[in-house]
Design a protein around this ligand. Structure first.
Ligand SMILES: Nc1nc2c(ncn2[C@@H]2O[C@H](COP(=O)(O)OP(=O)(O)OP(=O)(O)O)[C@@H](O)[C@H]2O)c(=O)[nH]1
Ligand SMILES: [Mg+2]
Length: 343
């Protein structure tokens, strides 16, 4: 194994002591494309695994500008102030390829949280190449838990695949909607609504309460027709003003009621089990693809096809077929002499 400058034991000790710099470094390590880093990050995750799992994982999604960061700031500060919670906020921005993305914007929206010693805010990189939006987020969740954060909030923009992926890694999923944006489900994709445990109509500021209440009531009626995501839990609708910090406690109470319902019916553990299985399958697929792509025969196959494509001597459909045939020949064991003579 090649050498690395990262000392796993030091990193592990730092994380368990709640040191943010160590936590940040470990998340960066998990996001690395280098196989040496990937190996190290898996070893680290394995060692920290028994220290993880004890948090409440909350997903927050909604269209750009719905007020997700402002809402998380309000909820997070309330949880720190009134309930002595330690909050980690992981943001996923599928539009930014690498880490860094919108962190400045997010931090300015989460001013108090970013200064609080009981909060940690971090964007996680997306791996759009393999459709892995949020693939690293699951590792980041485990690391934050090992570092002692008991509430993990994941913010993702509600466009495309990302919010559906986030739904696969949280205990409770909140969808933020804006007052005045329409009560007829327009602008909300049905698939996302079906994932929501709570729908929150944000920006219900002073003077907007009646309008918001009417929209909430219409939304409740419409949601009634949806199938239940969890046994015994129908999607709840709330109104709030994140800026005026109103309506936040009722949402927190509902999140807790949701958790109690899931735990009392064994759905909590089952959901987590399914999520771990799906994550494992994702990681396994990634390792297999990485390994296969590095094999010299495969490299040769790719280069040959590339050259043929460039020379335009064969259509790309035929080229794809040839690649499939070449792959199955590569991976099927040669038939024994006896078998061949039998035929
Ligand atoms: N009036 C009002 N404005 C709000 C409220 N919540 C958020 N905003 C404003 O809405 C704008 C967007 O808020 P953000 O919290 O950045 O929204 P976001 O959903 O995180 O945005 P992206 O991360 O860019 O998708 C900002 O100007 C906020 O100040 C609210 O409750 N009332
Ligand atoms: Mg935001």
């Amino acid at each position: 194994m090649a050498k690395t400058s990262i000392d796993k034991a030091v990193l592990k000790k730092g994380i368990l002591a709640g040191d943010r710099a160590s936590l940040s470094r470990a998340i960066t390590l998990c996001e690395s494309h280098l196989s040496i880093d990937q190996e190290l990050s898996l070893m680290l995750l394995e060692e920290l695994h028994s220290h993880s799992g004890n948090s409440l994982r909350i997903g927050v999604s909604g269209i750009p500008g719905a007020g997700k960061s402002t809402f998380i700031e309000a909820l997070g500060m309330e949880l720190i102030g009134k309930h002595q919670k330690k909050i980690a906020v992981l943001t996923i921005d599928p539009s930014s390829e690498s880490s860094g993305g919108s962190i400045l914007g997010d931090k300015t929206r989460m001013n108090d949280l970013s200064r609080s010693p009981n909060a940690f805010i971090r964007p996680t990189a997306t791996n759009t190449q393999l459709g892995g939006v949020g693939q690293h987020t699951q590792a980041a969740i485990l690391l934050c838990e090992a570092a002692g954060f008991d509430t993990i909030i994941i913010e993702t923009v509600g466009v495309g695949q990302s919010e559906l992926n986030v739904n696969k890694m949280v205990d409770v999923f909140l969808l933020l909607h804006i007052v005045g944006a329409g009560d007829d489900l327009q602008g909300m994709k049905r698939g996302i609504l079906e994932c929501a445990d709570l729908v929150v109509i944000n920006k219900a500021d002073e003077g907007q309460e009646q309008k918001a209440a009417l929209e909430a009531s219409n939304l409740k009626k419409a949601l009634h027709l949806f199938p239940q995501k969890h046994l015994g839990w129908s999607t709840k609708v709330f109104t709030c003003s994140s800026i005026e910090k109103r309506g936040i406690s009722a949402i927190w109470n509902s999140i807790q009621a949701h958790q109690e319902q899931l735990k009392s019916t064994q759905q909590f553990d089952l959901q987590r089990k399914h999520q771990t299985q799906a994550w494992f399958a994702d990681l396994q697929r990634r390792s297999i693809v990485d390994f296969v792509l590095l094999q010299p025969e495969i490299q040769e196959l790719i280069n040959r096809a590339k050259a043929q494509m460039e020379s335009e001597e064969i259509s790309f459909i035929s080229l794809l077929r040839n690649t499939k045939i070449a792959l199955s020949e590569l991976f099927s064991p040669p038939k024994k002499d006896k078998e061949i003579t039998k035929k």
